[in-house]
Ligand binder design. Structure first.
Ligand SMILES: [Fe+2]
Length: 323
């Protein structure tokens, strides 16, 4: 079922509701990166930089990694994150196709300097293969209540390649920034040698391995710190400690089409992907360790018995003994 207003479509399937922003093709921002403008250092020996264009390999999870820092944004770039400025909630909007320039709908004007900063760095760090990637933009801006997450999720990675991706392809790498409550990264080795990608839920196992260390290796970027992670950087949103306005911006470089139902459409490109539901639930995966704490191996919308919670209630994974 779909209903449409001038700027937003709401849709639902399997009882899940989501909103899709509708973008005007008028007054777009179109640009190409200028690596000569980048002044941010590239740490060549960092595992994320060294591995940037490699093919997915679970062994990489054994090498702990904290995102590469691109520094705290200059103060003139803070206002697009710290207060409402009209950027709609947007999930994985393609803003670049392989070989194309960058095409940004007018609604994202407030964060244009931030996007140019990211693209200038990306064209520097990925000079060889920049043209081969799609790029997707996510913006989540809104008020968060103390004690909650903007989006509840288990420990996870962005760009996981499970059983349906064969052969495996190049790794995802992603730039993120937020004004408050920066993402938690778990800088520890993860070992999945005993797991079967067709059978086990790897995100629940990430929860479990983090809980085993009592979250001792959680590290956080600073507010407004722009960082680059890869698809082996295990992370989770951070609970708000007070009511606040939070903006999260994510810019992902991927070789795959993101055709998941709920992702936004960019009218500045001519494409017609068949958008499909891609829920991890439909894979019927199970926990590798079924004796672990039940909160570590249920979906956020389930209680610890696996039953659906009332709308708005979420189960949080017990990642610390005192949580
Ligand atoms: Fe994520």
């Amino acid at each position: 079922m779909k209903t449409q207003s001038s700027t937003m479509v709401t849709a639902e399937y399997r009882g899940k509701h989501f909103t899709l922003p509708v973008f005007s093709p008028e007054e777009p921002y179109i640009f190409s990166p200028r690596p000569e403008r980048n002044k941010i250092a590239v740490p060549d020996k960092d595992p994320i930089i060294e591995n940037l264009n490699a093919v997915w390999d679970l062994q990489n999870f054994k090498i702990p990694r904290f995102p590469v820092s691109l520094g705290v944004l200059p103060s003139e770039m803070h206002s697009c994150l710290s207060k409402p400025c009209g950027m709609p909630r947007t999930l994985d909007l393609p803003i670049k196709f392989p070989g194309s320039n960058v095409r940004v709908p007018h609604a994202f004007g407030p964060c244009l300097p931030l996007l140019k900063r990211i693209f200038d760095y990306e064209a520097t760090v990925n000079r060889k293969c920049y043209d081969e990637y799609y790029c997707y933009l996510t913006v989540d801006a809104g008020h968060v209540k103390g004690g909650s997450l903007q989006r509840e999720a288990p420990c996870h990675v962005d760009g996981f390649q499970g059983a349906r991706w064969n052969p495996k392809v190049r790794c995802n790498h992603t730039y993120t920034v937020s004004n408050v409550f920066p993402t938690a990264y778990y800088v520890q080795p993860f070992d999945f040698d005993q797991l079967d990608e067709r059978k086990h839920n790897f995100f629940w196992e990430m929860n479990r391995q983090v809980a085993v260390t009592n979250s001792a290796y959680a590290r956080y970027p600073a507010p407004y710190e722009l960082t680059l992670m890869d698809c082996f950087s295990v992370h989770r949103g951070t609970e708000a400690t007070y009511d606040a306005f939070r903006t999260f911006v994510r810019v992902s470089f991927e070789v795959r089409i993101f055709d998941r139902l709920g992702n936004a459409h960019n009218p500045l490109f001519a494409y017609d992907w068949t958008m499909v539901p891609r829920d991890i639930e439909e894979l019927n995966l199970v926990a590798f360790d079924e004796s672990s704490d039940p909160s570590l191996r249920v979906f956020p919308w389930q209680n610890t018995n696996g039953e659906a919670l009332p709308k708005g209630e979420k189960t949080k994974p017990k990642l610390r003994t005192d949580s």
